[in-house]
Design a protein around this ligand. Sequence first.
Ligand SMILES: Cc1cc2nc3c(=O)[nH]c(=O)nc-3n(C[C@H](O)[C@H](O)[C@H](O)COP(=O)(O)OP(=O)(O)OC[C@H]3O[C@@H](n4cnc5c(N)ncnc54)[C@H](O)[C@@H]3O)c2cc1C
Length: 409
Amino acid sequence: MTRVLVVGAGIAGTAAALAASAAGASVTLLDGGPGASVLAGGALDLLPWEDATGSQDDAALADPAVAGVLRELAELVHVTPTPAVLVTQAGILRPARAAAVGLLDLAPLSAGLVLVPRAEHPGWDAAACARAWNDTALARARGLEFAAIDATLTRLTDERFLAHADLAARYDEPAQFSWLADRIKQAVARYAGSRVVAVVAPPWLGVEHARARATELSHAVGVPCGEPLLGPGGPAGLRFERARDRALGRREVVVVAARAKEVARDGDAWAVTLEGGDALQADRVVLSTGGLVGGGLTYAPSASVLAGELPPRARPSFASTVEAPVAIGTGRRPIGIPGSLFGESPESLAWPFAPFAPLLERAGVLASSSGHVDAGLYAAGDVVADRPRTWLDALAQGARAGATAARAT
Ligand SMILES: Cc1cc2nc3c(=O)[nH]c(=O)nc-3n(C[C@H](O)[C@H](O)[C@H](O)COP(=O)(O)OP(=O)(O)OC[C@H]3O[C@@H](n4cnc5c(N)ncnc54)[C@H](O)[C@@H]3O)c2cc1C
């Protein structure tokens, strides 16, 4: 049986592990701690949503390995035929290819009133959100009107000081959740004569079984209920971790909580040395260590070295944090040593100086479309060069790389 070792347990690594296991490999996954997948709020894009004009290219999702991973993560992700429309706590409505469990999808709604219950929590301003959402072109185009309504949704003083993710976890307890559902139902009942089409609930719809909670609340209230999209700190990351761990457990993937230091060829196989010094052997390795946020890439121009007046020498500005036989580049070419001791020119690096495809968003491991880097070595997700750096694209890359790694001879 082919031994596949996946480095990094974000969505790319999770998809790689599930797909490799489904293709018959014996799989070990190195979990080095949280990364971008845990910070993302649950809007699941294939392309960055600002670039995704109308229909997105769904071909990547039709790949059998990708479709298989989506089925295994069905408790977390449900990709509907048409894109979702989400309300965000930043005050806008925005499209997404799919919504993670718990979020309210406005796409299927007909025109009408969307109620937003008030809650005594500093992270929940129903009135401000409703006002901002009403002021969007998308709300007007869809005939949706948002209205904040009175409700009492906290009962213990400490609930007002808990982060949304912790409060959501508290509502995993069925009796607690019934209390919340009753309160929302009573608040909405006062609008019985109005054309209520949905409810935006505070982001507390549980962590373990958010799909069941959202369904239960929607049934109790009689219209679709769900949460808005939040920034980091919401329950989406915990939901991802729970769904990931259950899916990996069902596949009997061996999960090792450790970080890789080096990936090196070892005869026909590969040796992965861990930060503690131990080494693991595998026939194939999938590097899915994430980008600058996940910790798989580092931006370390020569000027970042402590020096006197001048950096001692020029060096490439980007590197893989795991020592491995990979080239870091963009546009199929490695990024060389910059002409300046101070690295790449700032104007080429990041928005707003480089508004189109800045280097920070493109640099990564050079790999083929199936993730192939070297014989038996693959890469997937945000660590890869020139990919859109979105959640669903990372999943699709991981699934393809995992399936290919398991089958390659
Ligand atoms: C705040 C935020 C908001 C976002 N919002 C959206 C959005 O709205 N829509 C969207 O589609 N995408 C969004 N994204 C992007 C999306 O989350 C990422 O593209 C995707 O999660 C990348 O997955 P990944 O598995 O490649 O990387 P990661 O999730 O970063 O996983 C890489 C993992 O590798 C681990 N690792 C690193 N080095 C090692 C090592 N040496 N050994 C072992 N493990 C290691 C890390 O700890 C990490 O867990 C957002 C990202 C962030 C940060």
